[in-house]
Ligand binder design. Structure first.
Ligand code: MN
Length: 714
């Protein structure tokens, strides 16, 4: 192909253009690629020239042709996209930029379910439909010249063509290109099958061709008699569709009779039906094989009459009847309608075609101004979606504006809950970073993190993430309520001088719960903590159930524990405000803290990163700081995970002996040789907790030690 050849082709196709502009673009591309060779040994410029020629066959506009000539310069030479813009204008620049971005993506895919997402991503990446068409032409020329590449590359490219490009051309109704993609792919993926088919088809070709000729002659003469202008073509089925038929229907090659079809192309729709009538009087139609795609077009706007008749030699023959315009649509699909943009906005036909486009491409956005749309040819495909990759190359489809947190929840709820950071394309990003098409996302998780933050609700986009975060926060609050209820019940029992420990045993509480119509003890406690049932009601049920075992004295441990600090927090200058420490995060001096003004219960002190600060609470948050905490003690809970062994607990206790702390509760669980130990301790300052954690980590067998983010369960 030469530039003169290309210009001649453009003139023949009637594409409006300024030859000087095309020459200038060509000269620039040629200079940029100077010295580069293709694998075939040809000068590189042959590739863009041929891609441009394919676009001329598709009747594309001059801007597309210019972009086609320049489509590889940014990727393969030192030229920048801005330079293209300065030299050739914004329209060309946009197209070249779109093609360049698409070229950087790898669509080599994994499972079938991923393909559809990859195809959508492909469409989403291209804002202008012409970008897709240029990319298809680029791929077509590369497929045509694939024989010059090493075998492994041939296979990879052929597979990608079959998985991504061929289905796209199918959707776009570009049958001619689709068939070429499929046949070329088959040739490299299943060379043995392919060449066998080529041989077999060739063997009976003469026989078949003379049959078609015979039928054609009869029909042509009859139509001439009737004064109907028609063009007749014998069409061979493409190899890939024969192969598919053999596979899907389990047929041998010899059993496939419709290797060829006769196509009749006429001037008007009326002629189509007249020809059909003639065909059916000449030969016997096969029942159930007539299809009227003129009255009922396919979703991609394909139109034709299809019928199968028993021809002169007694063999079935498919005949397709259509107008010239229908024929162009069938061959080139969406591209065939390029020139229609010239027509006015009230064009009925145009509107139908735009509707088709929309339907075809599953375009969800409303087209408010069809004319404007066609003029700019901006395809707002999947504008409200974003397609990103997992590190393993799987595609995730998320709403536009989604963040790494949405991505994390889309993989698994646990990943979401444990998400503490994210990398996008290898770089650390904030959790509210908006994801872009083609990004590769890696989520950093930690089991020791604080779990979801209520702040996440401000930026997540997916319903799944929102629901999961809310649910988690609700569960946390429920746990807080349960803890609070225990405290309230303890207080109530003491007030009534009743024994505490025995009366709060699970079987007692479960029984009360059932009598109050609830499922479990936890439901009962949550209701008490939430204020739905008073502690007095529960205690009266407990007492009513069994003989009161009154005990004057509290257990010695409880008696000897230091009082829980109530002061030691300064609230923005205000003295003597009722302050209570939240049991969800158990702040201790040294922690960064914040106050939350409760309704009627004073100020609750939380750690600033506590997930349980109620949502929408900004107005009720108040700045607080630690004051004089000397001599006060605070509750904190540590969780330890260790390989279970003899004397484990003793060793842990010994490790922290001598630190200024009291153990107020210890609970251990062993499962499959792994011990989980919770220690509730009363301490004066954060430093003591940190030192305790450091020491426990050194105890043999201990795998993890961390401060529990929420209150302990004792
Ligand atoms: Mn290329």
């Amino acid at each position: 192909m030469t530039i003169d050849g290309l210009l001649q082709k453009m003139a023949e196709a009637g594409i409006e253009h300024d030859p000087e502009v095309i020459r200038r673009v060509y000269a620039y591309a040629e200079a940029a690629h100077a010295g580069q060779k293709r694998d075939s040994g040809e000068d590189y410029i042959q590739h863009p020239l041929n891609v441009a020629a394919i676009l001329v066959d598709m009747d594309m506009d001059a801007t597309s042709i210019q972009a086609a000539l320049l489509h590889d310069v940014v990727e393969d030479t030192g030229v920048t996209i801005d330079e293209i813009g300065e030299l050739f204008g914004d329209k060309v620049k946009e197209l070249v930029d779109g093609v360049t971005k698409l070229s950087r993506l790898s669509f080599q895919s994994k499972q079938e379910q991923q393909m559809e997402n990859l195809r959508k991503m492909f469409l989403a990446m291209a804002h202008d439909l012409r970008v897709i068409l240029i990319k298809l032409a680029d791929r077509l020329h590369n497929m045509r010249t694939l024989k010059h590449l090493p075998e492994d590359k041939q296979r990879a490219i052929a597979k990608e063509t079959l998985d991504i490009y061929a289905p796209l051309t199918h959707r776009l109704g570009m049958w001619k290109i689709k068939w070429e993609f499929e046949d070329l792919s088959l040739r490299y993926l299943e060379p043995q099958v392919y060449y066998e088919l080529v041989d077999k088809v060739a063997m009976k070709r003469q026989e078949r061709e003379s049959y078609i000729r015979e039928v054609s002659d009869i029909l042509r003469n009859k139509l001439k008699e009737l004064g109907i202008k028609a063009e007749l073509q014998g069409r061979a089925k493409h190899f890939y569709s024969i192969y598919q038929k053999m596979l899907n229907q389990g047929k041998a090659f010899e059993e496939i009779y419709d290797l060829m079809a006769l196509r009749v192309i006429v001037e008007t729709i009326q002629d189509c039906y007249e020809v059909l009538g003639v065909v059916h009087t000449l030969w016997k139609p096969m029942p159930g094989r007539f299809k009227d795609y003129i009255a009922v077009p396919k979703s991609n706007m394909y139109q034709s009459l299809h019928t199968t008749v028993i021809g002169t030699n007694g063999e079935p023959l498919e005949i397709q009847i259509r107008t010239h315009e229908m024929h162009r649509t069938a061959e080139y699909g969406i591209a065939a309608h390029w020139q229609y943009k010239e027509k006015g906005p009230d064009d009925e036909e145009l509107r139908g075609k735009i509707a088709w486009l929309r339907h075809l491409l599953e375009w969800q956005r409303d087209v408010k101004d069809a004319d404007e749309f066609m003029e700019n040819l901006k395809v707002g495909l999947f504008e409200d979606e974003v397609f990103v990759f997992t590190p393993r190359g799987d595609v995730k489809n998320l709403p536009a504006g989604s963040t790494p947190v949405d991505f994390a929840y889309s993989i698994h709820t646990h990943i979401g809950h444990q998400c503490v950071g994210a990398k996008v394309n290898g770089r650390l990003v904030p959790l509210d970073f908006p994801l872009k098409n083609g990004d590769i996302i890696q989520i950093i998780t930690s089991k020791q993190g604080n779990g979801p933050s209520r702040d996440w609700l401000k930026f997540v986009k997916t319903t799944k993430a929102k629901n999961r975060i809310r649910q988690w926060l609700r569960e946390q609050r429920r746990e807080e309520f349960i803890l609070l209820a225990k405290e309230l019940l303890e207080k109530e029992l003491r007030k009534q001088n009743l024994e505490v420990h025995e009366n709060l045993k699970p079987d007692v509480l479960n029984d009360v719960a059932k009598r109050l119509g609830m499922v479990s003890m936890d439901d009962l406690l949550a209701a008490v903590g939430d204020g739905k049932i008073t502690p007095g009601t529960v205690v009266s049920k407990i007492v009513g159930e069994k003989e009161p075992e009154r005990k004057k004295a509290q257990t010695s441990v409880e008696k000897n524990l230091p009082r829980r600090a109530k002061h030691g927090v300064r609230v923005r200058g205000v003295e003597d405000l009722l302050v209570r420490f939240s049991r969800c995060c158990n702040p201790v001096p040294g922690d960064a803290i914040v106050g939350y003004i409760t309704r009627g219960k004073g100020v609750a002190i939380h750690r600033v990163d506590c997930a349980n600060i109620p949502m929408d609470s900004d107005a009720r948050l108040i700045e607080v700081s630690w004051g004089d905490t000397e001599g006060d003690f605070y509750t904190v809970e540590i969780e330890i995970v260790a390989d279970d062994r003899v004397n484990l607990l003793t060793d842990i206790m010994n490790a922290i002996a001598g630190l200024k702390l009291y153990i107020s509760a210890a609970r251990a669980n062993t499962k499959k040789g792994q011990a989980t130990i919770s220690l509730r301790m009363e301490i004066g300052h954060l430093e003591v907790v940190q030192e305790a954690i450091r020491r426990i980590r050194k105890v043999a067998g201990v795998t993890r030690v961390y401060r529990a983010s929420r209150g302990g369960r004792s």
